[in-house]
Design a protein around this ligand. Structure first.
Ligand code: C2E
Ligand code: MG
Ligand code: MG
Length: 597
C-alpha cells in the first residue's frame, strides 16, 4: 500500500492497517490512496478494491439528515456526520464519519475516520418508535397522530379535497376492565386495533377515490382511537367509513368462556368544512363523539355549530355544578303529600334546588342529568339523603307530627356499593325509623336488571326502608319486578293526572293503575294534582294519597313548618267548632303558600 509516491514507513503502514477505526487516506481530489482493514470491512470490500477509486463511490451522505453542516471539502465531497456505505447500488452499513485534514507539500489530503453506526441507528430507531407508537397496539400514538393530522390538514387546505377526522371511543370499556381485569382489557384493545386496521384495508371497496396511504389510525390512550381519512369525496364517504368501522367492531371478542361484543361511539369533524385549527378540529370530533354517546352509543355523529353551542353551554353547566358542590349552593325544598280520604299530611318529598349565583334558583330538571353523567350525583345524592334525614330529626325535636320523608335516587347512585350502609348510618345517627324513609326510584332503574341493582334493592328493603316507583307509567315497569322488590308505593305520573277528569283515556289509565296498586297492596300516590276535580275523582277511584300544587308547592323548610302549623291550627279550630266527627279536612282551605319552585 502507499500513502504517497515515496515508500511508506513500515511502522506507519502497520499502525494504519491495524487501527480499530476504519481509516481512508484521500488525496486533494478525493481519491482513496490508502484503505485500512477495518475501513474495507465496513465497506464490505477488499482494501485493494477501494484504493484508487473516488471516496464518494464508496460512501454516500445523500440520505442523511445529520451532517454537521460544515461545508464538504471541495475535492472530497463528504462532510463530518452520518453516512452510509454504498453497497450493490443501495445503502449499506450506517457509518459515523469524521475528517482530519493533513497538509502536505502536494496539497491538502484527508484522513476519513469511519465507525460502525449500526447499533446507534438501531437504538435511535427504537427510541423514535417508542416515542411515536403505542406499545400495546403498535398504532401511532398521540404525538405522531398530531404530526400526521397537521400534515393532512395542510394537504387538504392546499388541494381543497376534504378530509375527515374521526374520534372513536369504545362503549362501556371501563366495565370490561373493572369486571374482567386489565389483562382482558388490554387484549380487547389489541383486538380492536387489529379489527379497525383490517377494516381500513378493505374500505376502499366502499369509498371511491380513496388513497390507501391517506388513512392514519392512531390510539390516543385508554379506549380512544382516531382515524384521519384524507382525500375523501364528501361527508357521506366519511359516514360510510364510520358505518364500516362500527360493523367491523361487532365481530365478537372471546376471552375464556366470555364473549364480548364491542360497540363504539364515533364523532366526525370535516376539514376544511369545519374552519378551525388543529386543536379546534380535535375538539369538534371529540364533541361529536360525545353526541354519539348521548344518542345511545354504538353510532356516529358529525360535528355541527349547534353542537358547539350546546357543548359550550354544557361545559359551563358542568363547571358551575363543580363549584356548587364546593360552595354548598344546593338546598332541599319539601313538597307535602296528603291522605286523600282523611286529609292528613302523611309526609313530604325532598326536592333539590340549586342557588346558582347570577342565575337564581335552578330546577333539578336542568342539572340532574349532568350530575348523573359526570358522577357528581354521588356526593350530591349522599348530601340529599343526609340533609333530608337530619331535617326530619329536627322536625321531630320541634314536635311536628311524625312525617315520612321521600328522597329521589338516581340509577347511578345504585352502583355505589356503600349506598345501603350510608343510608343505614344516616338513619341511625338521626334516630329515624327506616319505615319513615321512602326512596323514589325511576322505572328505568328497575328495568336495569343486574346483580348490583337487585342486591341494593334487597338490602334497602331488608333494612325496612320503603321503596316507591316514581313517575309510574312513563317507563316500562314489569309487574314481576314490582312483586320481587317489595315495592311499597306507586306514584302515578303527572302526565296521566293533568287531563283528569275530562280525558277518558287518562281516566281509564288512572283507574287501571289504582286497581293494580291496590291489588298488589301498594300505596298509590297521584302526582301533580292541581284541581279539586282531579282530587275528587282520584279519591273516588280509590287512590290513597295525593301530591301537587292543589295541596302545596315544594317549600323551603321554615315555610313548610309555618304551612303545617297553620293547617294544624285551622284543623283544631274546625274540630272545636263542629265536634270531633267532621268531614275530611278540605285540601285547599288554607290558600297556597308563595310559589316556591
Ligand atoms: P319527581 O320526583 O317526579 O318530582 C315531582 C316534580 O313535579 C317536582 O319537580 C315538583 O315540583 C313537580 N310538581 C309537583 N306537583 C306539581 C303540580 O301540581 N304541577 C306541576 N306542574 N308540577 C308539580 P322538580 O322539583 O322540578 O323536580 C323534578 C325532578 O327532578 C323530580 O321529579 C325528580 O325526578 C328529580 N329530582 C328532584 N330532586 C332530586 C334529588 O334530590 N335527586 C334526584 N336524583 N333527583 C331529583
Ligand atoms: Mg320523586
Ligand atoms: Mg315523579
Amino acid at each position: 500500500m502507499a500513502v504517497s509516491s515515496s515508500a511508506p514507513d513500515p511502522w506507519f503502514v502497520a499502525l494504519f492497517e491495524s487501527a480499530s477505526e476504519g481509516l481512508l487516506a484521500c488525496d486533494p481530489a478525493g481519491r482513496v490512496v490508502a484503505c485500512s482493514l477495518e475501513a474495507a470491512r465496513l465497506l464490505h470490500a477488499e482494501p485493494g478494491d477501494v484504493q484508487g477509486g473516488r471516496v464518494v463511490d464508496w460512501i454516500t451522505q445523500d440520505a442523511c439528515e445529520h451532517v454537521t453542516g460544515a461545508a464538504a471539502p471541495a475535492g472530497l465531497g463528504l462532510e463530518p456526520g452520518d453516512a452510509f456505505a454504498r453497497e450493490g447500488g443501495g445503502l449499506g452499513r450506517p457509518l459515523d464519519l469524521r475528517l482530519t485534514a493533513v497538509d502536505t507539500p502536494s496539497g491538502r489530503h484527508w484522513l476519513v475516520h469511519l465507525r460502525d453506526a449500526t447499533q446507534r441507528v438501531k437504538a435511535e430507531a427504537h427510541l423514535a418508535h417508542m416515542a411515536n407508537y403505542d406499545s400495546l397496539t403498535g398504532l401511532p400514538n398521540r404525538l405522531l397522530f398530531q404530526d400526521r393530522l397537521k400534515q393532512a390538514m395542510k394537504r387538504a387546505r392546499r388541494s381543497g379535497t376534504p378530509m375527515a377526522l374521526m374520534f372513536l371511543d369504545l362503549d362501556r370499556f371501563k366495565l370490561v376492565n373493572d369486571s374482567l381485569g386489565h389483562e382482558v382489557g388490554d387484549r380487547l384493545l389489541k383486538h380492536v386495533a387489529t379489527t379497525l386496521t383490517a377494516c381500513m384495508r378493505q374500505v376502499d371497496s366502499v369509498v371511491r377515490l380513496v388513497d390507501q396511504e391517506g388513512f392514519t389510525l392512531s390510539r390516543l390512550g385508554g379506549d380512544e382511537f382516531t382515524l384521519i381519512a384524507e382525500a375523501i369525496e364528501c361527508a357521506e364517504d366519511a359516514a360510510l367509513i364510520a358505518r364500516r368501522l362500527l360493523e367491523a367492531l361487532h365481530s365478537p371478542f372471546r376471552s375464556g368462556d366470555e364473549e364480548i361484543v364491542v360497540s363504539a361511539s364515533i364523532g366526525i369533524a370535516m376539514y376544511p368544512n369545519d374552519d378551525v385549527d388543529l386543536d379546534g378540529l380535535v375538539r369538534h370530533a371529540d364533541m361529536a363523539m360525545y353526541r354519539s354517546k348521548s344518542l345511545g352509543r354504538g353510532t356516529y355523529s358529525f360535528f355541527s355549530d349547534d353542537l358547539n353551542a350546546a357543548a359550550a353551554a354544557r361545559l359551563s353547566l358542568e363547571s358551575g355544578l363543580r363549584r356548587a358542590i364546593e360552595r354548598q349552593e344546593f338546598q332541599l325544598y319539601f313538597q307535602p303529600k296528603a291522605d286523600l280520604h282523611t286529609g292528613e299530611i302523611t309526609g313530604v318529598e325532598a326536592l333539590i334546588r340549586w342557588h346558582c349565583p347570577g342565575q337564581g334558583m335552578v330546577p333539578p330538571d336542568k342539572f340532574i342529568a349532568v350530575l348523573e353523567e359526570t358522577g357528581m350525583i354521588l356526593p350530591v345524592g349522599a348530601w340529599v339523603i343526609r340533609a333530608a334525614c337530619s331535617q326530619l330529626a329536627e322536625w321531630d325535636r320541634m314536635g311536628l307530627p311524625p312525617l315520612r320523608m321521600a328522597v329521589n335516587l338516581s340509577a347511578r347512585q345504585f352502583r355505589h356499593q356503600y349506598l345501603a350502609s350510608m343510608v343505614a348510618d344516616t338513619l341511625r345517627e338521626n334516630y329515624i325509623n327506616p319505615r319513615r324513609l321512602e326512596i323514589e326510584l325511576t322505572e328505568s332503574l328497575l328495568m336495569e336488571d343486574n346483580e348490583t341493582n337487585r342486591g341494593m334493592l334487597e338490602n334497602l328493603s331488608r333494612m325496612g326502608v320503603r321503596l316507591a316507583i316514581d313517575d309510574f307509567g312513563t317507563g316500562h315497569s314489569s309487574l314481576s319486578y314490582i312483586k320481587r322488590f317489595n315495592i311499597d308505593t306507586l306514584k302515578i305520573d303527572r302526565s296521566f293526572v293533568q287531563s283528569l277528569p275530562e280525558n277518558n283515556e287518562d281516566v281509564a289509565i288512572a283507574t287501571a293503575v289504582i286497581a293494580l296498586g291496590r291489588s298488589m297492596r301498594m300505596n298509590v300516590v297521584a302526582e301533580g294534582v292541581e284541581t279539586q276535580a282531579q282530587a275528587d275523582l282520584l279519591r273516588q277511584l280509590g287512590c290513597d294519597e295525593m301530591q301537587g300544587y292543589l295541596l302545596g308547592r315544594p317549600m323551603a323548610a321554615p315555610d313548610l313548618v309555618a304551612w303545617l302549623q297553620a293547617r294544624q291550627r285551622a284543623d283544631a279550630a274546625r274540630r272545636g267548632a263542629y265536634g270531633a266527627s267532621i268531614d275530611p279536612m278540605p285540601l285547599v282551605d288554607l290558600g297556597e303558600p308563595a310559589a316556591a319552585t
